[in-house]
Design a protein around this ligand. Sequence first.
Ligand code: ZN
Ligand code: FE
Ligand code: FE
Ligand code: FE
Length: 189
Amino acid sequence: MADQASSSRNTMMDDLTDMARSVMGGASQPKGLADLMVHALKDIYYAEKKIYKALPKMIRAAHDPQLQQLLTQHRDETGQQIEIIEQVFEQMGKRPQAERCDAMDGILEEGDHLLSEFGGTQAGDAAIIFSAQAVEHYEITRYGSIHAYATALGQTEVAQMIGQILAQEKAADEKLTALAESRVNAAAA
Ligand code: ZN
Ligand code: FE
Ligand code: FE
Ligand code: FE
């Protein structure tokens, strides 16, 4: 594909521009919404990869078969989301790059502590949902912003790809709420 070569050339040029900018100092080159969007993509790319690795432990700890199934399905979706984000980077002429997300590190670390405190107890599944919903809500804020940036920048295709992920996160969150309120909370009470 002719586009392949030009896209990797663009990526190289971007990297050179980034290097030039950091040599010149950030202040001389004001950053815009496109830069913020790339930053947000790097952040959520890191977060998704970390969530993908963290989910199996939560799945194993889940007692309710429907909770297990829901988390397993969402892990598959998470794998697809990682690929979509990589396509978004490529669409923007960037190579996929992760940047540490302190928020997701904290949310998952907290989830781990909760699991050691409540795992195996009557409130174990409620605690797993409690943690999983914190993850989903973080994702919803990030994808909501990225979707709005892509729209503002006229990047229709990217907005559509991010919108698809956003819908999956919202659906996962709603399913967790329904499960908690239908029986998991009552079982833990
Ligand atoms: Zn960041
Ligand atoms: Fe996700
Ligand atoms: Fe973050
Ligand atoms: Fe999610």
